[in-house]
Design a protein around this ligand. Structure first.
Ligand code: PHE
Length: 437
């Protein structure tokens, strides 16, 4: 894919940021909201790629079954400025790269004819039709958040894997690039929003393959219920909320995918209880499409007020778009190539992407002794830093431990392939030389 345009200074996001506002569904739904949460930098903090990031028992992120998914820079119409020095700092905890910094403020989800914008539009329209004027859409919340927003307020345990700097991009020890849109739940509850959707770019360190990219987009939804509602239905509160959640999300799945079969599986998220995941039967297989659950009571009580009940869900937009539109590689979302972009039209969910051509891959292997602090995420970040989006996949193909020396070597295969053109031998060899170094 063509490299996204860089976030130039003139395009930088400006601090300080205004308070959050929503584009209320009753007003113009697609009006761009000039808002952010309070800026973390001023001191004020996700199919589905979740591959069990939230599953406490599974520290292994790399080869998990559940992983989803999932530029043309445009001006950022907010008054927020993010300058490189705000994000890439000398702080010992800082692990944000230039590649990642360049993605801030691109906001692919604002493009109406882009697959991500189309999915956003369809989801919002679904909620708008089922409850006119009720759901507020927040689509410009500031992606730089505090660890409090991203983790603590969601009751994510102190030792949870997602907090590690191998998984999350830290600006400094208290500030991160949000790793899920759930980071905004608590503050929106404190602002007394009771039905809302949040869409935004989220950032996670990860390995490289066709469904993973360190930046992707999520949509979060929250709905609050009053005791009068479950009392009128003669149901227990959890039963009532869970029924509404399931009906709502099955309806959404059918809106997007047609009359698909749906099933629910148990899940674990620290911020919901019970937690469940929705799977749909599509093109002959069961696919996980989102995670959700009944909001932990403590989150609701402490931020909104007592006596209520709520559900929350979160879904990966790239994952949905890849399934729906048959998009084979997550890098395509960032492509500026007209042959990709021209295939999609606002409001049209029936497009099936036609590869303009499958360019040949080029495999190159690298082997090296690993040190104690070696991680695959770090390796992949380094490779992406050098090769950019011409890397399609990095996979471990051999591992060897020398018992005498107690040292382990890894051999990785790097698959290079551009989505847009044939790569030349010289180009790949020169990139590969840099990678070897
Ligand atoms: N934040 C979760 C994730 O990124 C998804 C989720 C949102 C689950 C809300 C439950 C409720 O994986």
């Amino acid at each position: 894919m063509g490299p996204p345009l860089r976030l130039s200074t003139s395009r930088a996001l400006h601090l300080p940021a205004p308070r959050s506002q929503a584009s209320s569904s009753s007003s113009s739904s697609w009006a761009k909201v000039l808002s952010t949460t309070q800026s973390a930098l001023r001191g004020g903090a996700d199919a589905s790629r979740r591959e069990s990031r939230w599953v406490a028992s599974s520290p292994l992120r790399t080869f998990g079954r559940r992983r989803d998914f999932a530029g043309i820079a445009r001006s950022v119409a907010t008054t927020t400025t993010i300058s490189r020095s705000d994000i890439i700092t000398a702080d010992p905890k800082n692990n944000v790269t230039d590649n990642i910094f360049q993605k801030l403020g691109v906001n692919l989800h604002h493009r109406k004819d882009h697959p991500l914008g189309i999915i956003k539009g369809a989801i919002f329209q679904y909620f708008e039709e089922s409850a006119p004027g009720k759901f507020k859409l927040f689509e410009d919340l500031y992606p730089v958040v505090t660890t409090k927003q991203n983790f603590d307020e969601l009751l994510i345990p102190a030792d949870h894997i997602s907090r590690s700097d191998n998984d999350t991009y830290y600006v400094n020890s208290e500030t991160v690039l949000r790793c899920h849109t759930s980071a905004h739940q608590a503050e929106l509850l404190r602002e007394k929003h009771d039905n809302f959707l949040v869409i935004g770019d989220v950032y996670r360190r990860d390995t490289i393959d066709a469904t993973h990219y360190p930046v992707f987009h999520q949509m979060e939804g929250v709905k609050i219920f009053d005791p009068s509602e479950w009392e009128a239905a003669g149901m227990s509160e959890v039963e009532f909320v869970e029924r509404d959640l399931k009906q709502t999300l099955e309806g959404l799945a059918k809106r997007l995918f047609g009359d698909v079969e749906c099933r629910w599986v148990d899940a674990y998220f620290p911020f919901t209880d019970p937690s469940i995941e929705l799977e749909i039967f599509f093109n002959g297989e069961w696919l996980e499409v989102l995670g959700c659950g009944v909001m932990q009571q403590k989150i609701l009580d402490e931020n909104y007020g007592e006596g209520k009940k709520a559900w929350a869900f979160g879904l990966g937009i790239e994952r949905l778009a890849m399934i729906l539109f048959d998009i084979p590689d997550i890098r395509l979302f960032w492509s500026g190539d007209e042959r990709f972009l021209k295939q999609f039209k606002a409001g049209d969910l029936r497009t099936k992407f036609k590869s303009f051509s499958k360019f040949p891959p080029c495999n190159k292997d690298v082997s090296f002794w690993i040190s104690d602090d070696f991680t695959e995420n770090n390796l992949c970040e380094t490779i992406r830093g050098i090769a950019g989006d011409i890397v399609e996949e990095v996979k471990l193909i051999d591992e060897f431990t020398n018992p005498k020396k107690g040292k382990t070597s890894h051999c990785y295969r790097i698959v290079y392939r551009s989505m847009e053109r044939s790569l030349t031998d010289e180009e790949i060899n020169s990139v590969q030389d840099d990678v070897r170094r």
